[in-house]
Design a protein around this ligand. Structure first.
Ligand code: FAD
Length: 326
């Protein structure tokens, strides 16, 4: 659809075990700003188990929340979610739909856009409204060397937004809004079956405050134990370059970079990582970057706050030892 017959902004409220993902509050914050300049309402859709925090979405800026409560929504089944979201979009016809660029959002949003035959801009870092009331979707391109300004000709205009790019909407417990239960569409054969649940003590890498990441400087997958030990001592998680994920040293959910996770921790320790642009794209916004590399000309040192020219097999045990003896 290329003519504007749509109105309002729809935010997809991602949840896990009924708890709303924080990216949703960031989207609601930006959604409100856009809605105010367009003078339209902000909607949210939440699909999940019973007792989801749907009121929270009103307190954080939604005017109306549509929610579906089914056990099946506990599984991150993109096809199931897509059916339900597409049905709602066809019903309420929002002009803009926003998803978090989380692992799930990145997989779900293109499926929704495909079904609606509309455009989607992935990984946006800013959104604006132009003088004609159209959405300008801004995202880094060419390994973050330029900022592309994109407008889609079709409606709804859809975007995924990077996590931690916008600030969260402030909570107003007095805020009023409408909460509407939707008739959930369920699929007979779920496309997704959970084989392993993340343990509650495992931190999601995109949320972690400390990431200790390993690259091809590691000689084997077993050597990741050393990094895990350091990460555990610092209350963080282990990350990886794509090179070692491809070598099967560690699973892809640890990959940091352009085609992996984007992280913004307080501390990022890059061990044996050269600093290719595709890796930097995922971690350059870390507050403090420490790089350990034997090669003094490795590009990672150009963005490091602290650079250690040395062998990670000597430096990491030294760091572990130092922390243990504090
Ligand atoms: P290398 O570049 O081989 O670097 C290894 C480093 O370890 C070297 O600098 C070396 O000096 C150092 N070293 C060796 N031994 C030691 C030691 N004992 N102690 C300390 N240092 C040591 N890459 C990503 O990481 N994430 C992505 O998401 C990603 N997406 C990509 C998408 C596309 C489309 C493409 C084309 C590429 C992508 N890449 C990505 C790959 C990227 O270009 C690099 O190939 C990759 O990041 C290199 O990984 P590395 O730094 O571990 O390995």
């Amino acid at each position: 659809m290329t003519e504007k017959t749509h109105r309002g902004i729809l935010v997809f409220a991602e949840q896990k075990d009924g708890r709303i993902h924080k990216v949703t509050y960031e989207l609601l914050n930006k959604g409100r700003t856009l809605a105010e300049s367009l003078e339209v309402p902000v909607y949210a859709i939440a699909l999940g188990p019973k007792n989801m925090e749907v009121e929270e979405l009103i307190y954080r800026g939604a005017d109306e929340v549509f929610y579906g409560e089914e056990d099946a929504f506990n599984q991150p089944d993109e096809l199931l979610y897509k059916e339900n979201i597409v049905a709602l979009i066809n019903r309420i016809k929002p002009e803009i739909c926003l998803f978090g660029a989380t692992t799930f959002g990145r997989s779900l949003a293109p499926r929704v856009a495909g079904s609606l035959e509309t455009g989607l801009t992935a990984d946006c870092t800013e959104l604006k409204i132009d003088e004609d009331g159209k959405l300008i979707q801004i995202r880094p391109a060419f390994s973050d060397n330029i900022l592309a300004h994109i407008k889609t000709k079709t409606y709804p205009q859809m975007a995924t937004i990077r996590y931690k790019e916008f600030s969260e909407a402030k909570r107003d417990g007095q805020r009023q809004g409408k909460i509407t239960k939707i008739e959930a569409i369920l699929l007979e054969n779920p496309a997704v079956r959970i084989l392993k649940q993340l343990q509650s003590n495992e931190i999601d890498i995109s949320e972690a405050e400390v990431v200790v990441a390993g690259g091809r400087g590691l000689k084997s997958s077993e050597d990741f134990h050393m990094l895990k030990e350091l990460a555990a001592l610092l209350g963080g998680v282990v990350g990886a370059s794509r090179a070692v994920v491809e070598e099967d040293y560690i699973s892809s959910d640890h990959q940091v970079g352009y085609s992996g996770n984007r992280v913004k921790p307080k501390l990022y320790i890059a061990c044996g990582i050269s600093g290719a642009p595709q890796h930097l794209a995922g971690m350059r916004e870390a507050e403090n970057i420490v790089a350990i590399n034997t090669d003094p000309s490795a590009p990672i040192f150009n963005i490091a706050d602290v650079g250690i020219v040395g062998d990670l097999y000597e430096v990491i045990p030294m760091l572990i030892n130092k922390i243990n003896n504090q």
